[in-house]
Ligand binder design. Sequence first.
Ligand code: NAD
Length: 313
Amino acid sequence: SPKTVVITGCSSGIGLALAVKLAKDQLKRFKVIATMRDLGKKKQLEDAARETLDNMLEIKELDVCSEDSICKCVNSIPGQKVDILVSNAGMGLIGPVECQSLDTMKMVFDTNFFGLTRLVKEILPDMKRRQKGHIVVMSSVMGIHGLLFNDVYAASKFAVEGFCESLAIQALKFNINISLIEPGPVITEFEAKLYEEAAKMDLSSTDEETAKMFRQLYLPYSKKVFHTLGQTAEDVAEHTVKVITAEKPPFRYQTNSLYTPLTTLKFADPTGNLHLDTYYKMIFQHDRIFNASLSLIKFLRGRSGNQPGRKHS
Ligand code: NAD
């Protein structure tokens, strides 16, 4: 019988693309419970998955910031049986830390980190009883390394990674797998929301140099990175399906192979300086180095005819 998959944050982006892909699985291996905080936003998913509605796909309300909401959703599932949990809901935050309120920072952690812990607290005990299950978590390459002006977001994904890395050992004893999906940039509403917030951000509580660095250097750099190296939500969903269906699911899985050399720097030098120096040069001397690397990527891509992140397919 099909496996019950609960996915959070399905009103847009990767969650939506994954819900559609799993619900349309040719072999009908999945019964998808696509959840979202606000059911008023379900139309896009309904339109994309129409023929699977009430058959392989059900849409339910779930706010990862509310234990009650999670409990209500899980209790509505027959036998409260969840075979695969995909913790996908999340939010970004960019900009100088001195311009961000602690409330906003807490909201990022409440969504990205405590959202996952609330789901795990609700769903893991039953998986343990059944000695079966898979918890798939949408992390990021920023769960492995930090990035300029992404301080709090990266910290929230580091928290996610530390939590999962610790829990995965216990989970294995119960035959439960945990997998971290680590995309690089993905072109979704996530990116649009970030730029929208950045445009509104009051930069008066930082110095002029930092404000200039954020607006005139980081933002154009980030947009360039998204549009040159960015994957589509469908591409990331396709990689996630591979992780879900793998016989021995990997603990970590990067969806964009172009990022692997950068993430490897972190492990290659235990002092951390190699990683810092490389990113410093990439950002502050990016006109020379970044453009040179982009030309190289374009050249390599032209030769192989490959999309970024296709290495695993
Ligand atoms: P997105 O903004 O399209 O999707 C995020 C979803 O989470 C939205 O539908 C949003 O409504 C939902 N959400 C936010 N708070 C919620 C809450 N309290 N309860 C339930 N749902 C909530 O962006 P996306 O790119 O599809 O992001 C999905 C995941 O991928 C996130 O965890 C994000 O951190 C991660 N990610 C994104 C990128 C990227 O560049 N877009 C890169 C790496 C990782």
